[in-house]
Design a protein around this ligand. Structure first.
Ligand SMILES: Cc1cc2nc3c(=O)[nH]c(=O)nc-3n(C[C@H](O)[C@H](O)[C@H](O)COP(=O)(O)OP(=O)(O)OC[C@H]3O[C@@H](n4cnc5c(N)ncnc54)[C@H](O)[C@@H]3O)c2cc1C
Ligand code: SF4
Ligand code: SF4
Length: 424
């Protein structure tokens, strides 16, 4: 086909990398993101394994490039409504929600947040902090421009129609309550699906004590607790009743239920141990695993280094988290059938990666299939790992299945290669 515009759905690391590669090759890219910011899950991390690189330093130049690239048209708060036609001439409809704040006028000074009377749980921060009805999800969000949540804004939901506290606080005339949701029609030659993943709901497994005992955290909560731009500004723990002497990290939560190994949890659990040992030298860190997955040339040395720091890796057949006299304890059965009990001050649960919310609906909209685990299916896992069964539609990153950052980027590069090679 001749050179065509391309639609990329999802502005996580995989989607951003694909969009930039295409744009730098002179292709016009429409980049669709359902949230108010770009970056996906990786912007929640403080550091990334295997070299404990600063995640913000790695991701923010990519975010900046996306925002500044003239060949990329970014649609935030947007989702795909329908797709018609075939490769080389897809007609797509996009629904774009109103932001109510101008991306041009706003300078991100945050003067409008404080006067807003509405306090809400901040889902981006795993509900560990509050936000206003006008807000950005986290410090350092890109674009650094808030949006108004119309369901909770008192003016927009009609509960207090005269409220304009945020608008009065904004001296840059950036807030516009009259902005409307839009539907847009575009024509594209190819579509790249990069909608990422979600995490297994650990509350469905009561043996891990999540939601029941304090100081039992999910992996993503822990990521936000130790992030400098997180709800505690990197002050690891909200606990006030003593030191952290003993910390247990439980791998493979939900692995049995999902029926696959995510291939990432062992490594990010080792990342947590690395961080904890660095922060609290004297703490005893335990990694409880059912199967260790340490693939790749750089990962093995990271694992060895973690062990050398004194982290205990313990194989278990069964495991449960309980509380005894206000202290957590982990009871596990090892491969020989012996039971052991270890007291804990904090437990971190590392859940399986699962298909993102809305994957099923999106597959219907795109006219493509899902695999048996609910991720987008590809033509052939081994020989055609980024092409779907519908010609001209590709799937990359964790939308295709659980994987880490290098593999997500690798798929982005592969799909872009296929698209560019198809242009005459
Ligand atoms: C706790 C944890 C720690 C990790 N640590 C590391 C690490 O240290 N090193 C490493 O290599 N890997 C790590 N990973 C893996 C890493 O997070 C993934 O490899 C990476 O995020 C995959 O990027 P992605 O772009 O495919 O997906 P995501 O990061 O999930 O991005 C997907 C994007 O698509 C958007 N989206 C979703 N649905 C739609 C839709 N319908 N329409 C429009 N937009 C949509 C989302 O809002 C999001 O912005 C970790 C994973 C977890 C769970
Ligand atoms: S109009 Fe009022 S309720 Fe709505 S975002 Fe502004 S300050 Fe908050
Ligand atoms: S909307 Fe106005 S007050 Fe709020 S961050 Fe933007 S410029 Fe500042």
């Amino acid at each position: 086909m001749k050179k065509q515009n391309v639609l990329v759905v999802g502005a996580g690391l995989a989607g951003m990398k694909a969009a930039l590669l295409l744009a730098n090759a002179g292709v016009t890219v429409y980049l669709l993101e359902k949230e108010s910011l770009i970056g996906g899950q990786t912007i929640k991390f403080e550091e990334v394994y295997p070299n404990m690189e600063c995640a913000t330093c790695m991701v923010s130049p990519i975010q900046q490039d996306v925002l500044q690239n003239k060949n990329i048209e970014l649609f935030l708060l947007s989702e795909l409504e329908s797709v018609e036609g075939e490769t080389g001439r897809f007609k797509v409809k996009i629904s774009k929600k109103a932001r109510y704040v101008s991306l041009v006028n706003c300078i991100g000074c945050d003067a409008c947040y404080e006067p807003c009377p509405v306090n809400l749980d901040n889902e981006f921060e795993e509900n560990l902090s509050k936000k206003k009805a006008i807000s950005v999800p986290c410090a350092g969000a890109l674009p650094n421009v808030p949006n108004i949540d119309p369901e909770n804004c008192l003016r927009l939901n009609g509960k207090k129609k005269e409220c304009k506290a945020c608008q009065e606080a904004c001296v840059f005339d950036a807030i516009d309550f009259t902005e409307k949701d839009e539907t847009l029609d575009l024509e594209v030659g190819a579509i790249l699906v990069a909608t990422g993943f979600d995490l297994f709901d650990i509350e469905t497994l009561p043996q891990f004590g999540y939601g029941k005992f304090p100081n039992v955290y999910s992996a993503m909560e822990f990521e936000r607790l130790y992030a400098q731009n997180g709800p505690t500004e990197g002050e690891l723990i909200l606990r006030k009743d003593g030191d952290l002497k003993s910390i247990g990290i439980i791998h493979c939560v939900g692995r049995k239920e999902q029926g696959y190994c995510s291939g990432v949890c062992c490594m990010y659990s080792a990342k947590f141990a690395h961080f904890l040992k660095h922060k609290i030298h004297e703490a005893k860190i335990y990694e409880f695993y059912t199967d260790l997955c340490i693939p790749g040339k750089s990962h093995q040395s990271f694992y060895e280094e973690t062990r050398q720091k004194g982290v205990d890796f313990i194989h278990n057949e069964t495991i449960r988290v309980e509380s005894q006299k206000d202290r957590l304890q982990i009871t596990y059965r090892d491969g020989n059938g012996s039971d052991s009990v270890v007291p804990m001050d904090m437990v971190i649960l590392s859940p399986a990666m699962i298909p993102g919310k809305g994957t099923e609906q999106l597959a219907k909209t795109l006219g493509i299939n899902l695999d048996k685990h609910g991720f987008f299916n590809t033509q052939n896992e081994r020989l055609s790992p980024v092409s779907t069964e519908r010609e001209g539609i590709f799937v990359i990153g964790c939308a295709e299945g659980p994987k880490d950052i290098p593999d997500s980027v690798l798929q982005a590069e592969a799909a872009v290669g296929k698209i560019l090679a198809s242009f005459r």
